[in-house]
Design a binder for this molecule. Structure first.
Ligand code: HEC
Length: 145
């Protein structure tokens, strides 16, 4: 075989390489950092721990911008319709870990209730409710940094 540089070989290699990349991303929802199974676990945990304040499917309440009688704020929606996408992953984890009290809010801390793996699953769940546009804006702001 004189000419070993054959296009067919290149194409095959290309497919193999592409296949490996696909394998690496296996289970991840298209373009997102999490898997469907994290979302499913997260939904269960959210319904149990968060929905009483943040509403079903993280919808919040319609007047979450209005302070309550004691001056504190109601739980905002986490479904992409409020500001949650302004916060990078580390800040989201911190809020869930320590709650809002250190910042003058009322959200309880989950540091003793949810291990980090479960906190991540809850984040995966509410981020699964974000549109592609909101998720892209979050990434753009350094969401995963
Ligand atoms: C007792 C009510 C309550 C529960 C339960 C609760 N939260 Fe909150 N959450 C709040 C309130 C109120 C705020 C607004 C900040 C504050 O007052 O602490 C908030 C803020 C947040 C924020 C910041 C949102 C933003 O846009 O800045 C995140 C993220 C969050 N909560 C996630 C969760 C998750 C996840 C759970 C369940 C594991 C949860 N919360 C459970 C009341 C609650």
């Amino acid at each position: 075989m004189k000419n070993s540089f054959r296009p067919a070989w290149l194409i095959t290699t290309g497919f193999l390489f592409f296949g490996c990349n696909n394998l690496q991303a296996e289970g991840k929802i298209n373009g997102r950092w999490y898997t469907q199974s994290q979302v499913d676990t997260g939904k269960m945990l959210f319904d149990k721990n968060c929905s009483e304040c943040h509403g079903e499917n993280a919808r919040g309440t319609s007047d979450w911008r209005k302070p309550l009688a004691d001056g504190s704020y109601p739980a905002p929606p986490l479904n992409g319709s409020a500001h949650t996408w302004h916060h990078p992953m580390k800040a989201l984890m911190r809020t869930i870990h320590f709650g809002g009290v250190p910042l003058g809010g009322t959200m309880p801390a989950f540091k003793d209730k949810l291990p980090n793996k479960e906190k991540l699953a809850v984040i995966a769940f509410f981020q699964s409710l974000w549109s592609g546009e909101i998720y892209a804006a979050w990434l753009e702001r350094g969401g995963l940094k």
